[in-house]
Design a binder for this molecule. Sequence first.
Ligand SMILES: *Cc1c(COP(=O)(O)O)cnc(C)c1O
Length: 382
Amino acid sequence: MTRFDTKLVHAPAQHDNNTGAVTTPIYKATTFAYPKIGAPVKDDYSRSGNPTRRALEEQLAALEEGTAGFAFSSGMAAIHAALAIFERGDHIIVGKQIYGGTFRLLHQFFERWGLEITAVDTRDLTAVEAAIQPNTKAIYFEPVTNPLLQVTVVRKVATLAHQHHLLTIVDNTFLSPYLLQPLAQGADIVIHSATKYLSGHSDVSAGAVIVKNRELAKRVYFIQNALGSILSPEDSNELARGIKTLSLRLDRQIANVKELINYLRGLSVVEKIYYPGVEGQPGYQELHQEAKGAGSVFSFELTERVDPVKFVNALHLFKLAVSLGAVESLVELPSKMSHAELSEEEQLAAGIKPGLIRMSVGIEDFHDQIADIQQAIAKSRK
Ligand SMILES: *Cc1c(COP(=O)(O)O)cnc(C)c1O
C-alpha cells in the first residue's frame, strides 16, 4: 500500500484528462452537457459535483482512510453539514473545550432547530457515559483542544460510542491526518477546518468532512448538495496544492516548537507550558497512544514579572493574529482574542488565565523565532 507521504502528492490518481497534465485542471464550468436525454453523466451541475473539487475530496478521503470526503467553503460550513445529518430531538454529547465557532453554532443555531446538547470533558469516560441518554446519537469532540491542548484518546471514546450505537465525530483540525487518523481509531466522521494545516499558507478558507462508510457518505452528500456551501474549483485547487507539503511543513513546525519549548523551559519568567508533544507534559502518554505528534500550536504563561500584553505587542516575527497551522508564526492572547466572547469567569473556569499566550509556530528558522521571543521578553519586563 502507498505510504502517507506518497499519498500527499499522488492521491488521487489523475484520471479525468488525457493531456498528460500532472495536476488536476481547474474546471470552472458550472454546468456539464448531457450527450442526450437519459444518458448517464458524471457531473451535470457544479454544486452537485465538480471534477476539481472531486479530486480534492478523493485526496482528503485517501489521507483520512475514509470512504468519501466532502469539501466546503469553511470549517464552519463543514461542521454545519456534518451536524445537519441529525434530526429534531436528537441528543449530541460534545467536548467541553470545543472551538468557539462550534460552540456558537451548537447553542445559537442547532438548539433552535431542536438538537439537544450536553457538554462534557471527553477525557473523562465515566462522565461521557453518564451523559448518554436514550435519544443520544453522537459524541463530538476535538482530540487536542484549544488553547490548553487537552488530549482525548479517540479510540477510547469510539469504543464507548460503539457499545451504545453512537457515532463518533472528531474535529481533527489541530492534528491533521499526518499526525492522527481518527477513522482508523474507530471514529465515524472526521472534520477539518482546512483553513489551518491542510491549506497551510493562510490564503484559503475551507472545510472538510470525511466519513467512514457509504451510508454516512450518502447522508453528508445530501446535505452538501442541499445546503450548497461547496468549495470553489479555484480554492479546491489551492487546497490540494497546500496538502502536498503537509508533512514537510509539519515536520519543520514540530521541530521548531520543540526548540522553542526547550528555550522557554530555561527561562525563569516562564510559569507554565502547555504542549502534549514533549515528554513530561500532561497528555503526552494519551496523545502518543495513537498520534504521531502534537502539531505546531502551544500555549504558555509568563510570571508576574512580564506583562503579557506588552510581550505579544513587542513580537515582530510572530504576527499578532488568530488562526494557526500555517507557514508563518502567529501569536495571540486567547483571553483578548480567540476566547474574548467568554466572560472572565467563564475563561477562568475553562483554565484560560488573562496572561495565557498561544503560539502557532511556522517554518522559519528557529533561531530567529527565539531571538524574537527574547527581545520581546526584554521589552515587557516589569
Ligand atoms: C478554525 C477552526 C474551526 C472553524 O474553521 P473555519 O475554517 O474558520 O470556518 C473549527 N474547528 C477548529 C478546531 C478550528 O481551529
